[in-house]
Design a protein around this ligand. Sequence first.
Ligand SMILES: [Zn+2]
Length: 300
Amino acid sequence: MPDTTHPDPFVGPDAPVVDADAPDLEALARWLREIRGYGAFQMMTRSARRERPTNDPFASDRLWPDLDERLWRAQPTDLTKWSRHPHPGARLVLAAHECCPAHLLDLLAEDEWPEVRQAALGNNALPPSRRQARSAAEPVDWLREAAEQPEPDVHRRCVRCGYPVKRPDRFLTCSIRCSIWQADARMADGTYFRLGQLGPDPHPALADLSWSWPDGYAWEVAVRPASGGIPGTGPGWGTVLVSFVPGIGAVDCERAVGDLVENQDLTAREAVSVLRRLARVLHGPDVLEVCTTVTPVSHR
Ligand SMILES: [Zn+2]
């Protein structure tokens, strides 16, 4: 399905939804939005498009729909577990939560994901002295400068540039442009792994890598600009894998899975399971070293 059949999700649910084959609907959409809202237009036009279902980055509501409530009732030991959860979306919810204790916020304010650090630095429960200390080491310029203010204004701002986020319900960047830039940077530094990186002749057991990857760790991100000339169209999307082993990126995570598959005669799903168990007791780089240096079964 070409991208042009989908509205631009960055402009919000109030935006006119336009069928490329019937451009006069744009005026109707505008009119209906004014008097009845977006839902009315969807009900009245069979050509109205739904937003493309995506696995948004950091989306935690599908994985843990009641996490906000659970955190209110959580014991201190449970909060500590959530602060170490391998999914950055879980840590993000905790970092933004009113019940998150100061010592955990202090840790989350130096998280490897800037979105998590942003939430922690903006949480009022983080003592000012700790905010000053953590913001001084913050590598994202706008976030460091904002967090150093007496009353930090860091919420609902694009993690890349600091401009307001238009769709805080789905995206943590301000625009398609920032999302594409972010995806490029994260593919370059190994935070994201695209299936196309597997190469032309991957191990047969890696053919189902995306299905073997843990649920919630494959995200759909903007990778190409919107098609030119057609209003309201969204960007081109691509699926990226993110790491489920804290301390290493997705590229290293995939490498560890690949080495286990090749050297230990495991399926991709079995290798992922081994990696997850190792990650409970070892730091990410140590997990990687174990997986990439273990003696191949054929050499025993
Ligand atoms: Zn931005």
